[in-house]
Write a protein that binds this ligand. Structure first.
Ligand SMILES: [Zn+2]
Ligand SMILES: [Zn+2]
Length: 116
């Protein structure tokens, strides 16, 4: 994993926040609204086994993050306040999911997502 674009340097997710920020190895600061993170939860429980990732509307769900746990050197596991925590968000996946002003235009018309 030498590509700095998918090297996670710092995760900022204050308790109670509704947006998480991730600083990447190339200096880019990714913006991740929690409804986006939860909606794109890649776990089988949310996405089924079809192999495609699509946005799951989770309005009404508790969108507070309980814990963010690095997994190996390649992913973050997000534990939600409502107990859901089986989603492994790989760094390339997260990088692609960025909703900052710069990345967002390309992300807006990308749903449903066809790859992780
Ligand atoms: Zn899930
Ligand atoms: Zn971005």
């Amino acid at each position: 994993m030498s590509d700095p674009r998918i090297r996670c340097v710092e995760v900022k997710s204050p308790r109670g926040a509704t947006v998480t920020h991730i600083r990447w190895g190339d200096g880019h600061v990714g913006v991740y609204p929690h409804h986006v993170l939860r909606g794109y939860c890649p776990c089988a429980g949310c996405q089924g086994h079809s192999g495609t990732i699509s946005f799951i509307d989770c309005s009404g769900t508790q969108l507070e993050l309980e814990e963010i746990e690095p997994v190996g050197n390649y992913a973050l596991r997000l534990q939600w306040f409502d107990g859901h925590g089986s989603g492994l968000y790989s760094y390339p996946y997260l990088r692609d999911l960025c909703y900052c002003e710069h990345c967002r235009p390309k992300n807006e018309d990308k749903s449903p997502r066809a790859r992780m």
